[in-house]
Design a protein around this ligand. Structure first.
Ligand SMILES: Cc1cc2nc3c(=O)[nH]c(=O)nc-3n(C[C@H](O)[C@H](O)[C@H](O)COP(=O)(O)OP(=O)(O)OC[C@H]3O[C@@H](n4cnc5c(N)ncnc54)[C@H](O)[C@@H]3O)c2cc1C
Length: 499
């Protein structure tokens, strides 16, 4: 059996795991990162819509099941860098109020065990680490900041600028998006059309491997083993983790250490805990409360393609606008969410959804469309959950929550686009398989009876076990999650006791 050991053993090298490793490297702590995937190769297919979206070249050949037993292909990528290798690198902060309790007609968004102020300096650090480009003074909901953005915002291309003008005429405040790309003198970013959803062939997207794990490995105290899937946690006397067991390219493996951190993503971290049953832990490790796997959230998301038949869209890098006018108030005093441009969609990408439409028609549509993401908050419930079913498979129980807010914001978005000259608006609502913003399966909180982790992501029940990925989110907010995952990882690295 292959064996290894380190002071801190981290499972998973995505946003949470890699950023934590970087933070621990700064403290000179001996870290071993275990990643089930391999390095993503830099190759021609990185920028091929067919390879990425139709053939799903970088996705695992893995399915999960819903409550009815229907299989779906989840939004996960088992790679060094995790989901950030293909993410859209939109890296906004949550707003101050996202850390506080909000009552919606359709559910409660609970308070976090720490405030925006507690995370603020780590947001600044994460923005530096992930080369975030942004600006202040444009977004009426922007939270306060102690440091300016490290890099200036990306300007709109002319087609987008004209759309912004039409939206401003309606009294809206389109702001430039916070983006993590290496766009600076000497930087590698060329503002191409294959950023959002694609791997970057130039290494110029601010993903977790490029910005955090790679530099951490250079420091000498961090090591990485790829092809290692952790399946089980072994505990011993005094309710401490003693080892992690798994599979290394077909061979069993075991890892010992001082502290153990799960960062496998919200579903896989919960699955490791749930699979680790024993006489002491019949519901799985650190799960006396039966809360692990529950409170699974995604965002309520819809993609919109808006077409103005009179204007062809020649944009290359489209993802430069966020509209947050309805974030705190949809006109009825209750929060709505965000409306953002996404990367320019090409005809072949539309084909994954509109399977029967001829490619030539989709290409013509894509040439005149602009694409948006409408995102509102999902609220937690014990019934939305991840579990291991009787066949040993990963089962996700998920019903849409707080969806009235989504319908309202979607209505506002469509009306806004119609008024801006977009006669045709098509929508694609996200289903159970479009769960790349998954979070909440091991929520952090002050009360051990109602949460799995404390405010520094440490298990309430097992002192040397932490979960540092999106699992800890007590609520989902309605902004893209990755910067918050990274900021919290830096906070945990700096403030937690690692002895
Ligand atoms: C197409 C796409 C676009 C996105 N765009 C954005 C965006 O613009 N902005 C934003 O904020 N967010 C975006 N996201 C979401 C963002 O990528 C995730 O929120 C973030 O990466 C989650 O971080 P994590 O650490 O929780 O998990 P991940 O980043 O998914 O990392 C988990 C890691 O753990 C590994 N792992 C899992 N199980 C095991 C195991 N048993 N043993 C060993 N290793 C394991 C995985 O291989 C993976 O490397 C996007 C996601 C996708 C898929």
């Amino acid at each position: 059996m292959m064996k290894d050991s380190a002071t801190v053993v981290i499972v998973g090298s995505g946003m949470g795991g890699s950023t934590l490793a970087w933070g621990l490297a700064r403290r000179g702590i001996d870290v071993l990162v275990l990643e089930r995937g391999d390095y993503l190769p830099r190759e021609r297919e990185n920028w091929s819509p067919e390879a990425v979206f139709v053939e799903r070249r970088y996705k695992p050949n893995e399915t999960w099941v819903d409550d009815a037993g229907v299989e779906f292909s989840p939004g996960v990528h088992y790679l060094v860098g995790g989901n950030t290798k293909v993410y859209g690198a939109s890296l906004p902060r949550l707003r101050e109020r996202d850390f506080e309790r909000t009552e919606y007609p359709g559910g409660i968004s609970p308070a976090w065990p720490f405030s925006y102020a507690d995370l603020e300096s780590y947001y600044s650090q994460a923005e530096s680490l992930y080369r975030v480009h942004g600006t202040t003074g444009e977004d009426p909901t922007e939270p306060w900041r102690s440091q300016p953005y490290p890099y200036p915002a990306l300007d709109h291309e002319s087609y987008v600028q004209e759309t912004v003008r039409r939206l401003e005429e309606q009294g809206l405040h389109p702001s430039r998006t916070s983006m993590g790309v290496d766009l600076q003198p000497g930087g590698g970013c060329i503002r191409c059309s294959t950023c959002d959803g694609f791997p970057c062939r130039l290494g110029a997207k601010s993903d977790a491997e490029t910005c955090a794990l790679g530099p951490a490995l250079m420091g000498g105290s961090v090591r990485l083993l790829t092809g290692v899937r952790i399946d089980r946690i072994e505990t011993g006397v005094g309710d401490r983790v003693v080892s992690l067991l798994g599979d290394c390219r077909g061979e069993p493996c075991e890892f010992t250490g001082g502290s153990f951190v799960l960062a496998g993503g919200a579903v896989n971290s919960a699955v490791i805990l749930l699979r680790s049953t024993s006489d002491r832990w019949p519901n799985g490790v650190a799960n006396s409360t039966d809360l692990v796997g529950r409170n699974y959230m995604v965002h309520n998301n819809t993609h919109i393609a808006a077409i103005d038949p009179r204007r062809s869209n020649d944009v290359v890098f489209q993802k430069t606008v966020a509209i947050n006018d309805y974030y705190h108030d949809l006109g009825d005093g209750i929060p709505g969410g965000t409306i953002q441009l996404i990367g320019k969609v090409q005809g072949s990408m539309m084909k994954t959804h509109a399977t029967r439409a001829p490619l030539a028609v989709l290409n013509r549509m894509a040439g005149r469309s602009i694409e948006w993401l409408v995102m509102t908050e999902d609220t937690p419930t014990l019934d939305n959950r991840v579990r291991i079913n009787s066949n040993g498979r990963i089962q996700v129980s998920w019903q849409r929550r707080n969806y009235d807010r989504h319908e309202l914001l979607l209505g506002k978005a469509k009306a806004m686009l119609k008024q801006a000259g977009y006669a045709l608006v098509f929508e694609q609502r996200f289903g159970i398989d479009m769960n790349s913003h998954m979070c909440g399966t091991a929520v952090a909180g002050l009360d051990p009876a109602t949460s799995v982790l404390d405010g520094h992501c440490r298990s309430h029940e097992i002192a040397n076990l932490l979960v540092v990925d999106s699992s800890f989110f007590p609520s989902s907010g309605a902004q893209n999650p990755a910067l918050t995952i990274g900021a919290q990882a830096l906070r945990v690295a700096a403030e937690a006791d690692w002895n």
